[in-house]
Design a protein around this ligand. Structure first.
Ligand code: KG4
Ligand code: ZN
Length: 340
């Protein structure tokens, strides 16, 4: 089954084709992502109406480009998967409308996919590890994006149990807001991480929120305030900015690692899957790898471009569900808020 995946939940237009007849990463026949970062940069954040309009402009050309790269005609598509939520209402509607119309015109099924399920299953797109094979449920998933920070017990594909989540800011949101308050341009997360590479470890030490009491929930908004105070009282030099960035990153990474280890203990599992934009963070990857290795377990990440928003994860998650016979009715589904 060749499934076209469409992602338009926020500021990335993502399109991909996943072919279930080809195993592993080869199943990803083609993918393309168009980022609206430059469009929103001058406003310091995503402007929903501009996002919707840009999806309208970019989606059809991107579908044509992706099909051409896959060497497929539109008639070769057997199903269409789209992000039905959560996300920006207008942006979601663009993807949902196009996906539904295309499926109707081609007389193939369409399926609305949960954006976070897409992220969560993205690591399974990759070729199986030569030693350990593909991570099979049950496993623990850490979802860390700009909108979510969740620990989820994946009991089976489609059966998810929430173990813990953020009570305020998401990890990516904390990266972005912290970057902004130290004067870095939008979207600051990756830039803050790059800056942290040059910072001196230990020069600034920030608290690891909610790690000194039991539980798997997170809170990152206080950390941002701590950084604000440190930055305000500093000489605000480049060197200090890098040192603070390093201190902030270490606090987030350490907090996530502590909770992941607790989640593995609670779920009595040894496989951790990490997904979402913050999963692209180099230091987080290294820290979780070390934690898993020390326990004799393993941690699986998708390649960095499958961590951030993309159409491949939607095509893949949709393909699994469509291949299992799941179908939606003809409703155009756009759910800005939707619990997984
Ligand atoms: O999953 P994603 O692309 O979009 C959402 O669904 O939110 O995640 C984007 C988030 C942003 O907050 C961005 O700052 C963060 O992921 N991010 C990073 C890195 N790359 C992206 N945060 C820390 N380090 C990175 N290398
Ligand atoms: Zn996302």
């Amino acid at each position: 089954m060749r499934v076209l995946g469409i992602e338009t939940s926020c500021d990335e237009t993502g399109v991909a084709v996943y072919d279930t007849a080809l195993a592993g990463a080869a199943g990803l026949r083609a993918q393309a992502v168009y980022s609206q970062i430059a469009l929103h940069a001058e406003y310091g954040g995503v402007v929903p109406e501009l996002a919707s309009r840009d999806h309208v402009r970019k989606l059809l050309p991107l579908i044509r480009q992706t099909l051409a790269e896959a060497g497929l005609a539109v008639a070769d598509i057997d199903g269409v998967a789209y992000t039905a939520g959560p996300g920006l209402a207008g942006a979601l509607l663009v993807g949902a409308g196009v996906a539904r119309s295309l499926a109707w015109a081609l007389d193939v099924p369409a399926l609305g996919v949960h954006h976070m399920e897409g992220h969560l299953l993205a690591p399974l797109i990759e070729d199986p590890d030569p030693v350990h094979g593909r991570p099979e449920p049950p496993f623990v998933a850490l979802l860390v994006s700009g909108g979510h920070t969740q620990l989820v017990a994946v009991e089976a594909i489609g059966r998810y149990r929430l173990l813990g989540e953020t009570l305020d800011d998401a990890a990516g949101e904390a990266f972005d807001k912290t970057a902004k308050l130290m004067g870095l341009p939008y979207p600051g997360g990756p830039q803050l991480a790059a800056l942290a590479e040059q910072g001196q470890p230990g020069a600034y030490r920030f608290p690891r929120p909610m790690t000194n009491r039991p539980g798997l929930d997170f809170s990152f908004s206080g950390l941002k305030t701590q950084v604000l105070l440190a930055w305000r009282d500093s000489d605000q030099s480049e060197r200090t900015r890098a040192d603070i960035a390093r201190g902030f990153e270490d606090a987030v990474v350490e907090t996530l690692a502590i909770k992941c280890e607790r989640a593995l203990d609670a779920a009595a599992g040894e496989v951790l899957v990490v997904a979402g934009g913050v999963g692209a963070n180099r230091r987080l990857r290294a820290r979780l790898q070390a934690m898993a290795a020390a326990r004799g377990g393993r941690v699986c990440f998708p390649r960095p471009e499958l961590c951030t928003d993309n159409g491949a994860m939607i095509a893949f998650a949709g393909a699994l569900r469509l291949a299992a016979g799941q179908r939606d009715d003809a409703t155009v589904r756009a759910l800005p808020r939707w619990d997984m």
